[in-house]
Design a protein around this ligand. Sequence first.
Ligand code: NCD
Length: 317
Amino acid sequence: MSEPVLNDYQFKQKHLLGLSDYTADDIKFVLHQAKTFREVLNRPVPKVPTLRDKTIVNLFYENSTRTRLSFELAQKRMGADVVNFSAGTSSTRKGESLKDTIRNISSMKIDMVVVRHESPGVPHFLTQCVDASIINAGDGAHEHPTQALLDMFTIRQVHPDLKGRKIAIIGDITHSRVVRSNIIGLIKLGAEVTICGPKPLLPRFVDTLGANVSYNLEETLRWCDVAMALRIQMERMGAVTDLFPSLREYHQLFGIKMEHLERYPDFIIMHPGPINRGVEMESDVADSDRAVILDQVTNGLAVRMAILYLLSGGNRV
Ligand code: NCD
Protein backbone atom coordinates (compact mmCIF):
# COMPACT_ATOMS: atom_id res chain seq x y z
CA MET A 1 0.00 0.00 0.00
CA SER A 2 1.61 3.28 -1.07
CA GLU A 3 1.40 6.27 1.30
CA PRO A 4 -1.23 8.41 -0.58
CA VAL A 5 -3.80 5.59 -0.44
CA LEU A 6 -3.51 5.72 3.35
CA ASN A 7 -5.67 8.85 3.43
CA ASP A 8 -8.72 6.84 2.36
CA TYR A 9 -7.94 3.71 4.36
CA GLN A 10 -10.91 2.20 6.19
CA PHE A 11 -9.61 1.32 9.64
CA LYS A 12 -12.11 -1.15 11.09
CA GLN A 13 -10.55 -2.28 14.37
CA LYS A 14 -12.42 -1.67 17.61
CA HIS A 15 -9.69 -2.91 19.98
CA LEU A 16 -5.92 -3.22 20.12
CA LEU A 17 -5.41 -6.58 21.79
CA GLY A 18 -2.30 -7.59 19.88
CA LEU A 19 -0.60 -7.09 16.52
CA SER A 20 -1.59 -10.61 15.53
CA ASP A 21 -5.11 -9.20 14.90
CA TYR A 22 -3.86 -6.30 12.76
CA THR A 23 -3.07 -6.53 9.05
CA ALA A 24 0.06 -4.98 7.55
CA ASP A 25 -2.16 -2.18 6.22
CA ASP A 26 -3.72 -1.57 9.66
CA ILE A 27 -0.21 -1.24 11.11
CA LYS A 28 0.95 1.09 8.33
CA PHE A 29 -2.15 3.20 8.81
CA VAL A 30 -1.55 3.57 12.57
CA LEU A 31 2.08 4.57 11.89
CA HIS A 32 0.91 7.03 9.24
CA GLN A 33 -1.54 8.64 11.70
CA ALA A 34 1.16 8.73 14.36
CA LYS A 35 3.26 10.95 12.08
CA THR A 36 0.56 13.61 12.26
CA PHE A 37 0.49 13.39 16.05
CA ARG A 38 4.30 13.51 16.17
CA GLU A 39 4.01 16.88 14.45
CA VAL A 40 1.36 18.00 16.96
CA LEU A 41 3.89 17.29 19.73
CA ASN A 42 6.27 19.85 18.18
CA ARG A 43 3.69 22.64 18.32
CA PRO A 44 4.02 25.37 20.99
CA VAL A 45 0.75 24.06 22.48
CA PRO A 46 0.95 20.31 21.85
CA LYS A 47 -2.74 19.59 22.30
CA VAL A 48 -5.75 18.65 20.20
CA PRO A 49 -9.35 18.42 21.43
CA THR A 50 -10.06 15.15 19.59
CA LEU A 51 -11.11 13.10 22.64
CA ARG A 52 -12.82 15.81 24.64
CA ASP A 53 -16.10 13.84 24.81
CA LYS A 54 -14.40 10.56 25.75
CA THR A 55 -13.77 8.94 29.12
CA ILE A 56 -10.88 6.54 29.45
CA VAL A 57 -9.83 4.31 32.33
CA ASN A 58 -6.26 3.15 32.76
CA LEU A 59 -6.35 -0.19 34.52
CA PHE A 60 -2.87 -1.11 35.71
CA TYR A 61 -2.48 -4.36 37.63
CA GLU A 62 1.28 -4.42 37.12
CA ASN A 63 4.07 -1.87 37.60
CA SER A 64 4.73 0.55 34.81
CA THR A 65 6.50 3.88 34.37
CA ARG A 66 6.84 4.73 30.70
CA THR A 67 3.77 3.01 29.33
CA ARG A 68 1.42 4.36 31.96
CA LEU A 69 2.72 7.93 31.84
CA SER A 70 2.73 7.83 28.07
CA PHE A 71 -0.91 6.68 27.83
CA GLU A 72 -2.04 9.21 30.41
CA LEU A 73 -0.20 12.07 28.77
CA ALA A 74 -1.51 11.06 25.34
CA GLN A 75 -5.07 11.06 26.69
CA LYS A 76 -4.65 14.44 28.36
CA ARG A 77 -3.05 15.98 25.27
CA MET A 78 -6.21 14.94 23.42
CA GLY A 79 -8.59 16.36 26.00
CA ALA A 80 -10.08 13.08 27.31
CA ASP A 81 -11.44 12.61 30.82
CA VAL A 82 -9.08 10.14 32.44
CA VAL A 83 -9.40 7.91 35.48
CA ASN A 84 -6.57 5.80 36.80
CA PHE A 85 -6.85 2.52 38.60
CA SER A 86 -3.93 0.77 40.21
CA ALA A 87 -4.36 -2.65 41.73
CA GLY A 88 -2.19 -1.78 44.72
CA THR A 89 -4.56 0.90 46.03
CA SER A 90 -7.94 -0.52 44.96
CA SER A 91 -10.57 -3.03 46.11
CA THR A 92 -8.58 -5.76 44.36
CA ARG A 93 -6.78 -5.96 47.68
CA LYS A 94 -10.16 -6.60 49.35
CA GLY A 95 -10.74 -9.58 47.07
CA GLU A 96 -12.81 -8.05 44.26
CA SER A 97 -12.56 -10.03 41.00
CA LEU A 98 -11.37 -8.52 37.74
CA LYS A 99 -14.82 -9.04 36.22
CA ASP A 100 -16.58 -7.19 39.06
CA THR A 101 -14.05 -4.37 38.96
CA ILE A 102 -14.50 -3.87 35.25
CA ARG A 103 -18.32 -4.12 35.40
CA ASN A 104 -18.38 -1.45 38.10
CA ILE A 105 -16.05 0.80 36.17
CA SER A 106 -18.14 0.21 33.08
CA SER A 107 -21.30 1.39 34.86
CA MET A 108 -19.55 4.76 34.98
CA LYS A 109 -19.94 4.96 31.17
CA ILE A 110 -16.41 4.71 29.89
CA ASP A 111 -15.39 4.65 26.23
CA MET A 112 -11.97 3.01 26.40
CA VAL A 113 -9.98 0.83 28.76
CA VAL A 114 -6.19 0.63 28.72
CA VAL A 115 -5.16 -2.48 30.59
CA ARG A 116 -1.90 -3.99 31.84
CA HIS A 117 -2.07 -7.31 33.65
CA GLU A 118 0.32 -10.10 34.58
CA SER A 119 -1.95 -12.75 33.00
CA PRO A 120 -1.97 -13.28 29.23
CA GLY A 121 -5.46 -12.93 27.72
CA VAL A 122 -6.92 -10.44 30.21
CA PRO A 123 -7.51 -7.76 27.52
CA HIS A 124 -9.38 -10.37 25.41
CA PHE A 125 -11.46 -11.34 28.45
CA LEU A 126 -12.41 -7.69 29.05
CA THR A 127 -13.89 -7.39 25.55
CA GLN A 128 -16.53 -9.91 26.71
CA CYS A 129 -17.34 -7.98 29.91
CA VAL A 130 -17.75 -4.42 28.61
CA ASP A 131 -18.67 -2.56 25.48
CA ALA A 132 -15.68 -0.17 25.55
CA SER A 133 -12.64 -0.35 23.24
CA ILE A 134 -9.86 -2.28 24.95
CA ILE A 135 -6.18 -1.45 24.51
CA ASN A 136 -3.58 -3.95 25.66
CA ALA A 137 -0.74 -2.18 27.51
CA GLY A 138 1.01 -5.52 28.20
CA ASP A 139 -0.50 -8.89 29.18
CA GLY A 140 1.98 -11.20 30.89
CA ALA A 141 4.60 -12.45 28.46
CA HIS A 142 2.07 -12.37 25.61
CA GLU A 143 1.81 -9.03 23.71
CA HIS A 144 2.64 -5.34 24.15
CA PRO A 145 1.37 -3.94 20.86
CA THR A 146 1.83 -0.19 21.46
CA GLN A 147 5.48 -0.81 22.34
CA ALA A 148 6.03 -2.65 19.05
CA LEU A 149 4.21 0.11 17.13
CA LEU A 150 6.41 2.80 18.66
CA ASP A 151 9.48 0.68 17.96
CA MET A 152 8.48 0.34 14.30
CA PHE A 153 7.76 4.08 14.10
CA THR A 154 11.24 4.82 15.52
CA ILE A 155 12.98 2.44 13.10
CA ARG A 156 11.10 4.05 10.19
CA GLN A 157 12.45 7.48 11.16
CA VAL A 158 15.90 6.11 10.27
CA HIS A 159 14.91 3.49 7.66
CA PRO A 160 11.61 4.58 6.07
CA ASP A 161 11.02 1.19 4.41
CA LEU A 162 11.11 -1.82 6.73
CA LYS A 163 11.14 -4.25 3.81
CA GLY A 164 14.37 -6.29 4.00
CA ARG A 165 15.61 -4.43 7.11
CA LYS A 166 17.60 -6.57 9.48
CA ILE A 167 16.41 -6.28 13.06
CA ALA A 168 18.19 -8.06 15.93
CA ILE A 169 16.37 -8.50 19.23
CA ILE A 170 18.84 -9.40 21.96
CA GLY A 171 18.26 -10.55 25.54
CA ASP A 172 15.57 -12.17 27.65
CA ILE A 173 13.17 -13.36 24.97
CA THR A 174 11.38 -15.94 27.12
CA HIS A 175 9.86 -13.39 29.49
CA SER A 176 9.23 -10.62 26.98
CA ARG A 177 5.88 -9.51 25.59
CA VAL A 178 7.67 -6.76 23.64
CA VAL A 179 9.45 -9.35 21.51
CA ARG A 180 6.33 -11.23 20.40
CA SER A 181 4.55 -8.05 19.26
CA ASN A 182 7.71 -6.86 17.54
CA ILE A 183 8.33 -10.11 15.66
CA ILE A 184 4.71 -10.21 14.48
CA GLY A 185 4.64 -6.54 13.42
CA LEU A 186 8.11 -6.37 11.87
CA ILE A 187 7.60 -9.52 9.80
CA LYS A 188 4.21 -8.25 8.60
CA LEU A 189 5.98 -5.12 7.32
CA GLY A 190 8.63 -7.19 5.53
CA ALA A 191 11.59 -6.97 7.93
CA GLU A 192 13.89 -9.86 8.79
CA VAL A 193 14.19 -10.56 12.52
CA THR A 194 16.93 -12.41 14.40
CA ILE A 195 16.57 -13.24 18.07
CA CYS A 196 19.83 -13.47 19.99
CA GLY A 197 20.62 -14.51 23.55
CA PRO A 198 21.63 -17.41 25.78
CA LYS A 199 19.80 -20.63 24.93
CA PRO A 200 17.76 -20.83 28.17
CA LEU A 201 16.29 -17.39 27.44
CA LEU A 202 15.24 -18.17 23.84
CA PRO A 203 11.87 -19.96 23.68
CA ARG A 204 10.81 -22.24 20.85
CA PHE A 205 7.92 -20.01 19.74
CA VAL A 206 10.26 -17.61 17.93
CA ASP A 207 10.81 -19.87 14.91
CA THR A 208 7.07 -20.51 14.64
CA LEU A 209 6.67 -16.71 14.29
CA GLY A 210 9.29 -16.65 11.52
CA ALA A 211 12.32 -15.19 13.34
CA ASN A 212 15.89 -16.49 12.99
CA VAL A 213 17.74 -17.59 16.10
CA SER A 214 21.38 -16.85 16.99
CA TYR A 215 23.47 -17.52 20.07
CA ASN A 216 26.32 -15.35 18.82
CA LEU A 217 26.21 -11.62 19.59
CA GLU A 218 29.20 -10.73 17.43
CA GLU A 219 27.68 -12.29 14.29
CA THR A 220 24.31 -10.75 15.03
CA LEU A 221 25.70 -7.23 15.43
CA ARG A 222 27.73 -7.60 12.23
CA TRP A 223 24.50 -8.55 10.41
CA CYS A 224 21.92 -6.10 11.74
CA ASP A 225 20.66 -2.58 10.92
CA VAL A 226 18.95 -2.30 14.30
CA ALA A 227 19.96 -3.84 17.63
CA MET A 228 17.08 -3.88 20.10
CA ALA A 229 18.17 -4.97 23.58
CA LEU A 230 15.63 -6.35 26.04
CA ARG A 231 15.84 -6.27 29.81
CA ILE A 232 16.80 -9.38 31.76
CA GLN A 233 13.56 -9.78 33.71
CA MET A 234 14.81 -11.18 37.02
CA GLU A 235 11.42 -10.60 38.69
CA ARG A 236 9.74 -13.06 36.27
CA MET A 237 12.34 -15.77 36.70
CA GLY A 238 11.11 -16.63 40.20
CA ALA A 239 13.19 -19.37 41.71
CA VAL A 240 14.70 -20.28 38.35
CA THR A 241 17.91 -18.30 38.72
CA ASP A 242 19.90 -21.00 36.99
CA LEU A 243 18.76 -19.79 33.56
CA PHE A 244 22.22 -18.26 33.30
CA PRO A 245 25.13 -18.10 35.72
CA SER A 246 25.27 -14.38 36.53
CA LEU A 247 24.39 -10.93 35.20
CA ARG A 248 28.13 -10.30 34.87
CA GLU A 249 28.57 -13.29 32.61
CA TYR A 250 25.46 -12.30 30.64
CA HIS A 251 26.98 -8.86 30.06
CA GLN A 252 30.28 -10.35 28.96
CA LEU A 253 28.61 -12.58 26.36
CA PHE A 254 25.53 -10.61 25.26
CA GLY A 255 25.95 -6.99 26.47
CA ILE A 256 26.41 -4.37 23.73
CA LYS A 257 29.70 -2.55 24.25
CA MET A 258 31.39 0.58 22.90
CA GLU A 259 33.86 -1.65 21.02
CA HIS A 260 30.91 -3.09 19.04
CA LEU A 261 29.88 0.42 17.98
CA GLU A 262 33.39 1.02 16.69
CA ARG A 263 33.59 -2.31 14.87
CA TYR A 264 30.14 -2.06 13.26
CA PRO A 265 29.47 1.60 12.50
CA ASP A 266 25.91 1.41 11.15
CA PHE A 267 23.42 -0.25 13.48
CA ILE A 268 21.21 1.83 15.76
CA ILE A 269 20.45 0.84 19.35
CA MET A 270 17.02 0.51 20.90
CA HIS A 271 15.67 -0.56 24.28
CA PRO A 272 12.05 -0.45 25.50
CA GLY A 273 13.20 0.44 29.03
CA PRO A 274 13.73 0.11 31.88
CA ILE A 275 17.45 -0.42 31.09
CA ASN A 276 19.78 -2.31 33.39
CA ARG A 277 22.90 -0.30 32.64
CA GLY A 278 25.95 -2.52 32.59
CA VAL A 279 23.85 -5.62 31.83
CA GLU A 280 22.06 -5.32 28.44
CA MET A 281 24.56 -2.66 27.36
CA GLU A 282 27.37 -0.53 28.68
CA SER A 283 26.15 2.72 30.15
CA ASP A 284 28.04 4.72 27.48
CA VAL A 285 26.27 2.76 24.74
CA ALA A 286 22.85 3.82 26.09
CA ASP A 287 24.01 7.46 26.09
CA SER A 288 25.77 7.33 22.71
CA ASP A 289 24.50 9.04 19.57
CA ARG A 290 23.75 5.61 18.09
CA ALA A 291 21.01 5.06 20.69
CA VAL A 292 17.45 6.14 19.81
CA ILE A 293 16.07 5.10 23.20
CA LEU A 294 14.66 8.51 24.15
CA ASP A 295 13.19 8.93 20.66
CA GLN A 296 11.29 5.72 21.35
CA VAL A 297 9.74 7.37 24.41
CA THR A 298 8.68 10.52 22.54
CA ASN A 299 7.38 8.49 19.62
CA GLY A 300 5.42 6.34 22.08
CA LEU A 301 3.32 9.35 22.91
CA ALA A 302 2.51 10.00 19.24
CA VAL A 303 1.73 6.34 18.54
CA ARG A 304 -0.59 6.10 21.55
CA MET A 305 -2.34 9.30 20.49
CA ALA A 306 -2.88 7.73 17.06
CA ILE A 307 -4.30 4.52 18.52
CA LEU A 308 -6.63 6.37 20.89
CA TYR A 309 -7.80 8.55 18.02
CA LEU A 310 -8.43 5.67 15.62
CA LEU A 311 -10.17 3.41 18.15
CA SER A 312 -12.41 6.27 19.23
CA GLY A 313 -13.64 6.39 15.64
CA GLY A 314 -12.05 9.75 14.91
CA ASN A 315 -11.26 10.99 11.43
CA ARG A 316 -9.87 14.47 11.91
CA VAL A 317 -6.87 15.72 13.87
C1 NCD B 1 8.52 -3.47 28.95
C2 NCD B 1 7.31 -4.14 29.57
O1 NCD B 1 6.80 -3.71 30.59
O2 NCD B 1 6.90 -5.09 28.94
N1 NCD B 1 8.69 -2.12 29.27
C3 NCD B 1 7.88 -1.18 28.71
O3 NCD B 1 6.69 -1.33 28.55
N2 NCD B 1 8.48 -0.03 28.31
C4 NCD B 1 9.75 -4.26 29.08
C5 NCD B 1 10.31 -4.56 30.45
O4 NCD B 1 9.63 -4.54 31.45
O5 NCD B 1 11.51 -4.89 30.48
